[in-house]
Design a protein around this ligand. Sequence first.
Ligand SMILES: Nc1ncnc2c1ncn2[C@@H]1O[C@H](COP(=O)(O)OP(=O)(O)OP(=O)(O)O)[C@@H](O)[C@H]1O
Length: 755
Amino acid sequence: MGYLGINMVGTPATPLCKIQRTPSCTPGGPKVSEEKILVTVRMRPLNRKEQAMYDLIAWDCIDDQKIVFKNPNHERPTIPYTFDKVFEPACSTQKVYEEGAKDVALSALTGINATIFAYGQTGSGKTFTMRGISENAIKDIYEHIKNNQERDFVLKISALEIYNETVVDLLNRESSSLRLLDDPEKGTIVEKLVEEVVQDSQHLRHLIGICEAQRQVGETALNDNSSRSHQIIRLTIESSLRENSGRVKSFLASLNLVDLAGSERASQTNADGIRLKEGSHINRSLLTLTTVIRKLSGGKRSSHIPYRDSKLTRILQHSLGGNARTAIICTISPSLSHVEQTRNTLSFASSAKEVTNNAKVNMVVSDKRLVKHLQKEVARLEAELRSPDPSSSSCFRSLLMKKEQKIQQMEREMKELKRQRDLAQSQLELERKAHKEHKGSNQCGPSSQTARCLSFPVENETVLNKPISETRPRNAVGRQAMVRQSVNSTDPSMLVHEIRKLEQRQRQLGEEANRALEVLHNEVASHRLGSKETAESIMRLLSDIKDIQAVGSIPEDIVIGDKANLKEELTRLNSQGSVIASLERKLENVQKSMDILVSSFQNSEEILESKTPEFKTQCKKKKMHPFSLNNSANMQNIIRSPCSPLSSSRKIMEHETENKAPDNNNMVPCSNTLPQSFVDTPIKGHGNNNSISSREGTPVRQANSVDVKKVQRMFKNAAEENIRSIRAYVTELKERVAKLQYQKQLLVCQVRTIF
Ligand SMILES: Nc1ncnc2c1ncn2[C@@H]1O[C@H](COP(=O)(O)OP(=O)(O)OP(=O)(O)O)[C@@H](O)[C@H]1O
């Protein structure tokens, strides 16, 4: 015997979520949803013992549904019992099955639980009837399977007996008492009850035979072969149908074939000892069964139903007012001697027929194809998670890296664009300020012509051509902005560059001043003007300016970008502050010297004019101070200078000298690095003192026929204008030095903020 490894057997109750609550039509029967228990009564014939005792038949089956107690004495009429069917003693088991069990039994083939009871006193024919019912059911079940090839049927069988309130597995006799467990969906189940798959009808019959053989039997006064236990044979039938959609619908139901122990009282069986004990247990289960039936029949479903008072009622709970179709065949003895037991049986049957069950089709809907597909998909995903595809992961990784690189590049571009925007904004601001300053500088004064002759950048021209009071704030803002830009760029080279530019400008100023003083010296010397002290003063000025140039020179070994060198440079610049102040003072002295020269020149003229011709002649003969006025050729040079600011004097001379023959021997080239007033004036010792040059390069011969007084007046005017020009130039130099000093101080302050 092969057992299926199912440890628990209960009334089939598929999971609620899988049950399709559709009314079903049992084979040959109506649709079922709610119905009362089918109760029939079978009366056996008088057995041999009863016949031997001349026992009377006390019951009469007046029709197929009514049975009535025959009153032997005819004292009073009795009320017949009415049931679904009443089978007289001559009725065959086949007919009992057909009319009292078949419909219910075959419900299990369509997913409806079914239970067939045999209830009656001992020896009334319960076992006899149930054997016939089982046989017919097996035959019909397999006939149905044979006629329904489109469905797949699986039959399983389990069998137990309840003996003295102990559950015993009839298919595994070696097992001990089985426990009953409560399952939320299936109800009461029997733990470890063997359930075996049935191969065919013969196999089923064979197994049922084994169960019969295993059952507890004993001899009683009423039955030589009395069953002393309640036997439950359970057939579980599962039928499946494959639909075109791939879904599978399965019916799952059980058929309980129950052969109860005898319901007689112990006294009636003359029981004592073991039989008495058996009877008490038997009666306990039967008493509970009766109580349950009576309560269920009274319509008291809401009240407590004592299913749990006996193992029999616990196991058969679904069949008693639950999800099952139930048929009870009450077997009775016809003999008058057992009339009371028969009355009890009929009373029980009368109650049972009032019990209503609520049978449902137990259908399991499973989409095996879908389930298989999902299972495969899950398995594939799990495998992929465990060992991800290297190609796909590397592809994702490289894609991610590319994205990150692109993001970084965009961030860099954004940063650069922001930087360029900020730079453009600052440059625009500087340009705007420079433009404003440039506009202001276009309104330059009389000295602009001289300033433009200097080789300074336009920016400096702007500064230099403005009065200090006006240019300082603007210049400070522009310079600060430039230095701020240098600081912001953290480039020390820009600071050094700025310092060097200032130094260069200072040096250029010094050179200009030097040349101016040299010209002045020559001029004074050629005119024999001034005193000896004046000449010495000018010489000292020349020497001082040369010293300033020497001091202002920048060491060439400055390493740009070196902080230490920058600090040294800063110190040096600070020390030059006093030098510049000194220069400023000396330029003031130059100014004073100019004033003295002018006054001395005027005095000389006055003295000269007051002298007699004799004195003039003496003067010509006498060798005078180097600054004597008898160098008329140099006077002419100054007067005739084509670039001199004194254009009126030049025009006069041109007018006076036109139609004169040219002299090619006294040509002096013009220089572009000096103010025109000085460039076009030959420096003494650098050319022929007796020659006269013009801008056009046409030599002018000395005119001896010109009136001396007129010439002297012309010389006087020209000298006065030249000296005024020199004085204005020196004044400009003074202003420029002051501006440079201011710029340098500003730059020094800005450089200090870096450190
Ligand atoms: N309808 C019947 N026709 C002929 N014989 C029957 C009929 N019913 C029962 N018998 C016979 O009566 C005897 C007792 O029957 P059975 O064993 O089935 O009684 P029982 O109710 O099962 O008793 P117990 O409860 O003690 O097991 C048997 O020998 C059986 O053959």
